[in-house]
Design a binder for this molecule. Structure first.
Ligand SMILES: NC(=O)c1ccc[n+]([C@@H]2O[C@H](COP(=O)([O-])OP(=O)(O)OC[C@H]3O[C@@H](n4cnc5c(N)ncnc54)[C@H](OP(=O)(O)O)[C@@H]3O)[C@@H](O)[C@H]2O)c1
Length: 186
């Protein structure tokens, strides 16, 4: 059975928040207005390599509020312990799971998926805590929010990463690519 790779591709404020406390993304909308037409900071190239998206319920419900579903035919798994309402028109591609991260990845691997995009703060944290994130691509937006929903959280142990690439965009974004060092360092 071939392995499944897991990647995070996410935008954060310089102080590490992915949304305001109420889930607000107005700061990200404002930042995106600085981006020239046709520039997507590598998103299309990235998403074209992904064959399944795993997201937390909060992120799913936020995306539903956008109106148009942005993921087309890409299979999406919404993580929820309590259950989630999936609108009928999305049921061909969106399913939910209450499995723990490792069990879910085994299920996805058995279905033949090769590259999972992990999205949503608490969801990313649960995969990181379980040592199940291979790569993190973070786009740093030059704004300090002071508080909000954090990308990272508490850990039982340190996680070391290998810096792979840094890109500086002329409109002020910095994109950092890290490989997660599964073995740690001595
Ligand atoms: N800046 C960006 O690029 C970016 C990207 C993605 C999301 N966001 C924003 O981030 C916010 C959401 O992040 P978030 O940290 O609140 O949450 P999230 O990860 O999207 O959703 C959390 C929920 O997912 C479920 N979940 C997470 N880990 C689980 C696990 N191991 N097992 C089972 N279920 C699990 C739980 O649902 P139940 O409560 O149903 O059990 C949990 O309450 C939204 O505002 C979204 O717009 C921003």
């Amino acid at each position: 059975m071939s392995a499944i790779k897991t990647s995070v591709f996410i935008a954060t404020s310089l102080d590490g928040f992915i949304a305001r406390l109420d889930g607000g993304l107005d700061w990200l909308d404002a930042a995106n207005r600085l981006v020239p037409d046709g520039e997507d900071c590598g998103y299309r190239t990235f998403i074209d390599t992904v064959d399944v998206l795993v997201m937390g319920r909060h992120s799913f419900e936020k995306v539903l509020g956008f109106g148009a579903w942005p993921y087309g035919q890409l299979p999406v798994v919404v993580m929820s312990r309590g259950g989630v309402d999936i609108p009928g028109e999305l049921r061909p591609t969106v399913t939910s799971s209450s499995q723990a991260p490792g069990d879910l990845l085994a299920t996805l691997r058995n279905k033949g998926y090769r590259h999972a995009y992990i999205d949503g703060g608490l969801t990313i944290q649960s995969f990181l805590s379980a040592g199940l994130v291979d790569e993190i691509i973070m786009t740093l937006i030059p704004v300090l929010l002071g508080n909000g929903i954090s990308l990272f959280g508490e850990l039982q142990r340190d996680i070391w990463l290998e810096a792979v690439e840094t890109k500086r965009y002329p409109f002020g974004f910095n994109q950092l690519r890290y490989r997660v060092n599964k073995g740690g360092i001595d």
